[in-house]
Design a protein around this ligand. Structure first.
Ligand code: ADP
Ligand code: MG
Length: 238
């Protein structure tokens, strides 16, 4: 069967469920980073994936977002098959938003335009209002007119987070999203994120090497080791 034949419609992807079966990924013929990995995320669930640097966390999120092609296995969003061996539906058609580990902002666009870029379907005024709203929520008021090279690392990371949140997709993928923030801001934004995602019913996959970050935000914690996910860790205490 061709890849296109069983790809679902956008409506199929609205449901916020994520299912991964048998996902395997290697780079350049080396030892696979992910091996026969399974993951099942119900709509509205919040899953943390913990593991040390280099274990494959970002690779997993990039595969879910459609930025990498699996060697083997399948990814489904809602009812729709969106990735299979050697192919992937384009990222913007998947109902998924990803905040990258290293903020990937367009250098030639102002901060607010980095956010409105993905909101053009709303119309200019509404997109601009949404961008300013998310900037304010992330304590970035007044920075909308700056260019990315005029931001600190922590500010750029929050712009990247604002862009992913503003997209309003049913599934949100966060790759070490708070790593550049000081502890007070980190805990305040963690509490805010909890409220925003709960209100929207967003399905979350949050990857980090830091167990302390995920306890308030996620309802289960999985460990990534030897290319697979394991429910090795106890549920978070808070
Ligand atoms: P983590 O996010 O857990 O730190 P990554 O997913 O970034 O880990 O990387 C997992 C492994 O895959 C590392 O050994 C990394 O060097 C390798 N890797 C990731 N992306 C690529 C790529 N595009 N080309 C070659 N190797 C890669
Ligand atoms: Mg990473």
């Amino acid at each position: 069967m061709s890849a296109e034949a069983n790809v679902g419609t956008d409506m199929d992807m609205d449901k916020g469920t994520l299912q991964i079966q048998g996902l395997t990924k290697s780079f350049g013929g080396g030892r696979p980073v992910l091996v026969d990995l399974d993951l099942d995320c119900p709509a509205g669930s919040r899953t943390a994936v913990l593991g040390p640097s280099g274990i494959g966390k970002s690779t997993l999120l990039r595969l879910i977002a459609g930025l990498e092609l699996p060697d083997a296995g399948e990814i489904r969003l809602g009812q729709a098959l969106v990735s299979g061996p050697g192919w992937a539906l384009e990222p913007h058609r998947r109902g998924v938003a990803l905040a990258f580990q290293a903020p990937a902002l367009w250098p030639h666009l102002r901060v607010r335009d980095n956010i409105t870029f993905g909101l053009r379907h709303l119309g200019q005024a509404a997109a601009r209002a949404a961008a300013e709203d998310w900037l304010a929520r992330l304590r970035l008021d007044g920075l909308g007119g700056r260019y990315p090279d005029q931001l600190s690392g922590g500010q750029a990371q929050r712009v990247s987070l604002a862009r992913a949140l503003a997209a309003g997709r049913p599934i949100l993928l966060l790759d070490e999203p708070l790593s550049h923030l000081d502890p007070d801001l980190k805990s305040a934004l963690t509490a805010d994120l909890d409220g925003w995602l709960r209100a929207a019913g967003t399905t979350l996959v949050y990857v980090t090497h830091d167990p302390a970050e995920v306890a308030p935000l996620c309802d289960r914690v999985l460990g990534l080791a030897d290319g697979r996910l394991k429910a090795a860790m106890p549920p978070p205490s808070s």
